[in-house]
Structure formats: structure tokens, C-alpha cells
Write a protein that binds this ligand. Sequence first.
Ligand code: FAD
Length: 502
Amino acid sequence: MRLRGDEVAAVLADYRMPQMNGVQFLERAMDMYPYARRVLLTAYADTDAAIQAINVVDLDHYLLKPWDPPEEKFYPVIDGQLEAWQRTDRVPPAELRVVGDRWSAPSYKVREFLARNHVPYRWMLAEEPEAAQLVAAAGGEQCRLPLVVTADGRSLQEPDQATLAAAVGLSTTPATDFYDLIVIGGGPAGLGAAVYGASEGLETVLVEAHASGGQAGQSSRIENYLGFPDGVSGAQLADRARRQALKFGAELLTARKAVSLEPRGQARVVRFTDGGEIAAHAVILATGVSYRRLDAPGLEDFVGRGVFYGAALTEAPSCSGSEVYVVGAANSAGQAAVYLAGFASTVHLLVRGDGLEKSMSHYLIEQIAALPNIQVHLATQVTGASGDGHLERLTISEAGRERTVDAQWLFVFIGAEPFTSWLDDTVERDAKGFVLTGPDLVAGGRRPRNWPLRREPYFLETNVPGVFAAGDVRAESIKRVASAVGEGAMAVALVHRYLEKH
Ligand SMILES: Cc1cc2nc3c(=O)[nH]c(=O)nc-3n(C[C@H](O)[C@H](O)[C@H](O)COP(=O)(O)OP(=O)(O)OC[C@H]3O[C@@H](n4cnc5c(N)ncnc54)[C@H](O)[C@@H]3O)c2cc1C
């Protein structure tokens, strides 16, 4: 229905269903239809589950079985839900159409960008009749794919992210040129900082290069974040955080990448790819980390055409019934394997080392062991890839023996690194590129580079006064959602301290 662009007013799910329970079903439906009313059908014995669901999926109503007579107990409830839905100030239904090729990296990038920014769209293969008409109207053979056709009929051919973001109504232009606080990066740390900054009265702008949510937004299920006993999907957590930040008045810019940071007197100036600039009294760096690339001959040619970095969520439905390969041994690979197992016929988890225990949480190892369609291959590496236009074969070395397998899907999760070289010599970093802050800058009696003040840097402050770092990008940080959010909040408290003393 989502792909057809249909609207959904209400979703009714029975709590007890095969394969997944009603709360899990509603949670998935909520990712696709955030405005649909959610109703859980329960027996008296499941009342506790229904009450919990009120928190997990913002349940609108739970209907106790049996509901006889329906005129009294069922129809009025549904009428009420439909009326409430009609009153909701909801975004118009998906009318954005994306025409592209199945195995095309640019098409994949556009779909991933829209999905991660929660923009509904209808995906059409170029050969479909309706798609062919759109292509013909946009210049026929001259038309470059992917073609994006907006609700008001504008056509964008092979758009870059900034153009696409602006066309679908995501904010890309700052409202002013001077703020109290600029937060760079829209992952949990940045969103946390934006929520606390804006709620505490700082004029705050958050700048995100791609889609808010960061790595967490790519997680199928975060099980260990406080307050979500049944876990929460990364997309949902990111969406709630984004709405919370907006509610408090933070400005969120999407598809804007910071490419330089410069102290200019008391101002801290951030420049974007297109040369535009904004300035503020203080800056929080929350740019996290990105996936490390897997180095094997041929692999790079198929990125977005069968080889994916951290894209299990967007691509999973397309893998239905296929064999899927996942590389990695940490939690992100484990989560992806479990998620993909719900779609693929078999998931092969390729692990370089001799076990998962050292690198993966116990609960995930148990989940993997319980899923019959996940096969774990230890002492295994991908050594090559080939195909015609898209990935078709992988060469795998397993316990020293090489073999070639037919494979159309490879998902890689082999650790991550910070991309902080854009900070040049301004901000001090460790040998791996992680930003040094507070005590790490003065360890062993050393002085932070170019530090102009008599006091030492505050706990999350870098060697540039008023520039702080939070979350995964910070050296020695704990790579978790909770710690990133916590550091975002803490950095804002330190920004206040900095502003009071300057
Ligand atoms: C698949 C997966 C599953 C995970 N599961 C869990 C889990 O279950 N529990 C848990 O606690 N942790 C989990 N983690 C780890 C957790 O997601 C990270 O620790 C957390 O997201 C770090 O938050 P962050 O804000 O510091 O950085 P990130 O989440 O990395 O966000 C950084 C953001 O900054 C943006 N950015 C980067 N450079 C720039 C720039 N120059 N200009 C503008 N924007 C920029 C990026 O686009 C990104 O959106 C998981 C990670 C992954 C990948």
C-alpha cells in the first residue's frame, strides 16, 4: 500500500498472531504510516501487553475481545478513530514518484535518502508503463535516471541530495546567519544536544549531512536504550527525537555538510560545501563515525548495486526469498542478520575471527542461534566480487579454502571510523581521527594546541574554546546510543558554563 501511495487511516492488529505479535506489527506499520491510528485487539489475559504497548507504539486504543454486540462495542470505537484521524494535521499522502533502475547506485542513494528522512515515495522501475510515461515527459532518451517527480509535477533528473531535500520540503537553508549554538551531526548525540539546547533557551541549529538519526537511524532494533523494555527501532527513536527538537524550537537543516570550522574572534564559523556560512557563540561536534569499507577486488564497483554499507533496513524487503551475505562480527552485523532473516531465504553471516562472543552481545548471539535460516561462517572472508552491472558472485575464503558463490546481496558492517579530516589543524584529534576533549588534552601535563585561556578545557571541550564534542566522534567515547544522548545533553550544560564566563 505504501508503494502504491495509498493512505491508511487505522491499523487494527490482534495481539496474538503467528510470526510476530500485534505490538511488533503496529510498530512496523508506524514506521510506514506514522499518522494511522493504532488499535490492538486483546484478550483479557493480554491487558498488560496492551498497557505496555501504549508506550511502545503510542497505542490509540485497545479493544478487549469479545466485542459483542459490535454496534455497541466495536463500530463506535472505529468511528472514533476515523474521526480522530480526519482531524489530524497530517502530511499529504505520498505523491512523490521515483523512477529508476533496480541495480543502480544513484537510484539506491535517492531511495535511501528519502526513506531515512521519512519522506514517503512510490518507487517505479523504468520499464513500468506509468514510469515510461513520466520518463517520456521528462525528455525520453535524454532523461537521466533516477527521475523524481514531485507532488506538484516537477521533475528532477538524477538530483543531488541538497536539491532533493529542498524539493521534498526538508529544510536546507538556515533562517539566520548567527546562532547561540550550532550542532554538527544529527545522530543521537546531535539530536540530544539540539533538544537540550533549544529547550534551555539557546537559539540552536542542527546541521546534518545526510539524514537525522545517524547510525542509530539504521538500527533495526535498539534493545538496550533506557525506557524501551521491548526495544525501539532506530527510525522511530530518530523520528521522535527530531520532533522533540523541533517542538522546542531547534532549527534542523538536512543535506548540509559542514566542511570547515574556523574561530573568528569570539564567533565560531561553520562553512558548507556550497560556500555558505553560519556562525555561533558555540559549536558541538557530533559527527559520529561511518562504516569502514571492505577491501576486496571488485567490491567497490558494486556499492549500491548489491553491496551495501549499513543499509539493511532499506533493502531488506527487496531481498525476499534470496540468499543474503552479511560481513561482520559486532552488534550491528548481528542486528542486520536477524532483521534480514525475516525476509531472506538464508542469511550467511561471514565472520573473520573464530567466534562471536568477544564482539557481539549475548542476546544477539542467542537470537542468531535460534533462527534456522542464519548460518554463521567463522574464519571466513570475502576475497572478490564480480557481476555484470550488479553483484552476481562473491569469492569467499572459508578456513583457508576459496570458493565462488552466486550472491546478489552483500551487507557489510566491519566497524567504523570518524571522518574528521575537514577539521584540518583547528581541532586536535588522536591518531585515528577521534576528537580530543577535556582531560585527554592535558594528560601527562601537556597543553592543548593553541589554547588561549588560563583555565583548562571543560570536560567535553576541544582545544578551541567554545567548541565541544559529543558522542562517537569523541576520543575514548562509549559507542552507545545512551552515552551519545547523554554527552549531547552534557555538552549543552558546558556550553552554558562557557557562555556565562565569556
Ligand atoms: C546498525 C547499528 C546498530 C546499532 N545498535 C545499537 C544498539 O542496539 N544500542 C546502542 O546503544 N548502540 C547501537 N549502535 C551504536 C549507536 O548507534 C551509536 O553509538 C550512536 O548512533 C552514536 O551517535 P552519534 O550521534 O555520536 O553519531 P552518529 O550516529 O554516527 O551520527 C553522526 C551524524 O553526523 C552526520 N555527519 C557526519 N559528518 C558530518 C558533517 N561534516 N556535516 C554534517 N553532518 C555530518 C552523519 O551523517 C550522522 O547522521 C548501533 C550502530 C549501528 C550502525
